[in-house]
Write a new protein. Structure first.
Ligand code: FBP
Length: 569
């Protein structure tokens, strides 16, 4: 084999030049942990801040043991302590992948050290129920450090809900002699962590003690954040930098080929944090924020009109035939009349499952329309077939519409074209559409995500060594060295009505129009629409000038003085 061929072959199985180098990247750690290679265990003390959910009384009853133990007080790492030994800790990923998950495991492994055991759970919560546990070695940790994806463990979206499932977790804990479980997931997974912490609080081991449960905040959507305590969930920075690079490249193309309006839909489920961040990084002509559309009760017509007016104005003022519109994944559900239609459709489809299934494909719209109120039936009949097909498609395992399947970007293009034909037929409108989602979830973590997640792992490990349960690990003070915090999960839980039932859940943190990041965006968007002022942030850097940048929405919302994060400095 030639030298080149053998070099190329050596790159297989995650050994590209980049992957080899990135494993050696030094990661800054919060000052209190000391050195990256030998972090100290730490104790935790109350910050004085108590988190009170809106349904505090009911939560205190439902989570009696964990609320009594934590008093819902936020804890901070306060002093270094000797490391205890002999703990067996299992860690799992839950939900969609997000960059940095592997580093949470590496941080955990470092903090637990050689005298405690870290086990990985294969395949998420489902794997926990099936007892798919294995020991994570030093060599495993070295191999996955700073790599993207969740492939080392895998993940799934099973929710541990039923009494049988809780009992099964108890059995697995006993069988594997677990002292603690770390759940790396989003709002729903951390809700599950709170429920498990309560269930496993005591009476699991022979001495009557329980199994600790600690959460770590993951999701590219950025909808797990707590002002002042949890700046952002991990994976958000990497995903938005990838989308911003792609969006920046398209913006360069619009200005170079001068002929298209590009409609870019961005993942993020219901929340528009991802879209807002990409807008701040790239400054395109039009950005839609779902939460604002709902707050201003903008109809589909009004949204289309806004876009059409931007197209007309840029053409009449500068002769521009190009531009870019950012569309959040969940927009359709925030447009009031679409929201009403989707809600009624969910009910009708749930009530008439058999009748719907027995109806011929080409008669299904009329079958459903026949069961809807007059306004919703008219709207359904007016929508293009490619949208209706998705509105009537199978619901997900929780009975929800799969919004990511609805081609909102295509719908907006078609409606804008129709509107322009009606009100400004001389204005040219060439269009292209894109959906960026999966491209951003598994990229190699940015330095921000790599450092943030390694420190989250250290914090989760330290909480376990300190005997804590029912907390979510967090790092705050990103500009000032980084401060490990423990947020009591029960302090985040409220009662929400879901599918006709009251459920204890951690509420999704949606974009609020009063937030500084949103207000800054609102103050600049007219200038961005008027002419090309876009910026192209380029590829994400792990070394070099842009490496130490934090997300712009985080810097603005946390009141930072600059964009640079300084963990450990
Ligand atoms: P999580 O909240 O589980 O992290 O998922 C994030 C996400 O990427 C959403 O942005 C998106 O709507 C969804 O997952 C897609 O889910 P799936 O991987 O099941 O297609």
């Amino acid at each position: 084999m030639s030298t080149l061929a053998s070099q190329l072959q050596q790159m297989e199985r995650h050994h590209s030049v980049f992957e080899n180098e990135v494993r050696k990247l030094p990661l800054p750690v919060c000052r209190i942990f000391g050195a990256e290679h030998q972090p100290s265990a730490v104790s935790f003390t109350a910050t004085g801040q108590i988190l009170n959910s809106c349904d505090a009384q009911a939560v205190a009853e439902r989570f009696a043991q964990t609320v009594k133990a934590s008093g819902n007080a936020v804890l901070r790492a306060s002093a270094t302590v000797a490391r205890i030994s002999g703990k067996r800790v299992a860690a799992l990923f839950s939900g969609g992948p997000a960059a940095g998950g592997h580093n949470v495991l590496c941080g955990l492994k470092k903090m637990l050290g050689a005298n405690n055991t870290l086990l990985g759970v294969k395949g998420g919560p489902k794997g926990l129920l099936q007892g798919k546990l294995f020991e994570i070695t030093e060599a495993d940790a070295a191999n996955i450090l700073n790599t993207g994806g969740f492939d080392f463990l895998g993940t799934d979206r099973t929710k541990i809900k039923t009494p049988e499932q809780f009992d099964q977790v108890r059995k697995v804990c006993i069988e594997h002699q677990l002292d603690a479980i770390v759940i790396i997931g989003g709002d729903d997974s951390n809700t599950n962590a709170a429920l498990l912490a309560e269930f496993l609080y005591s009476g699991i081991k022979a001495d009557g003690s329980g199994v600790q449960v600690i959460g770590a905040p993951k999701t590219i959507d950025g909808d797990l954040q707590v002002p002042g305590l949890l700046p952002i969930s991990f994976g958000f920075d990497t995903a938005t930098r990838i989308y911003a690079e792609l969006t920046g490249n398209i913006l360069q193309d619009t200005r170079s080929s001068l002929k298209y309006w590009h409609f870019v839909k961005l993942m993020g489920r219901s929340a528009s944090h991802v879209t807002l961040e990409v807008a701040l990084q790239t400054k395109p002509a039009v950005t839609l924020i779902s939460e604002e559309v709902a707050e201003r009760k903008l109809s589909l017509d009004a949204v289309v009109d806004m876009i059409a007016q931007a197209v007309i104005s840029r053409f009449r003022t500068h002769g521009h035939k190009h531009g870019l519109v950012l569309v959040p994944e969940g927009l359709i559900e925030f447009i009031p009349e679409m929201n009403a239609l989707i809600a009624e459709l969910n009910d009708v489809l749930a009530l008439h499952t058999e009748g719907f299934a027995a109806t011929a494909a080409d008669a299904r719209i009329e079958f459903v329309a026949g069961h809807l109120g007059a306004a919703n039936a008219t709207l359904l009949r007016k929508l293009p077939a490619y949208v209706v097909d998705m509105l009537l498609a199978e619901r997900d395992s929780h009975g929800n519409l799969q919004v990511s399947l609805i081609p909102t970007e295509q719908l907006l293009i078609d409606l804008t074209r129709d509107r322009l034909k009606a009100i400004a037929p001389d204005v040219p409108f060439g269009s292209q559409h894109h959906f960026f989602g999966y491209e951003g979830r598994c990229g190699a973590p940015t330095l921000f995500d790599a450092a943030y997640t390694f420190n989250l792992g250290l914090t989760a490990g330290a909480l376990i060594l300190a005997g804590k349960t029912g907390y979510m690990a967090s790092i705050s003070g990103l500009e000032n060295g980084g401060e490990p915090l423990a947020i009591p999960l029960t302090g985040l839980i409220n009662i929400e009505r879901r599918h006709g039932k009251d459920e204890y859940v951690i509420e999704k943190a949606l974009v609020r129009t009063s937030q500084p990041a949103m207000q800054y965006f609102v103050s600049r968007r007219e200038a961005w629409a008027a002419d090309d002022v876009f910026a192209s942030p380029g590829p994400r850097q792990l070394w070099g000038p842009a490496a130490h940048q934090m997300p712009m929405t985080v810097a603005l919302n946390e009141g930072a003085a600059s964009l640079l994060f300084k963990i450990g400095a």
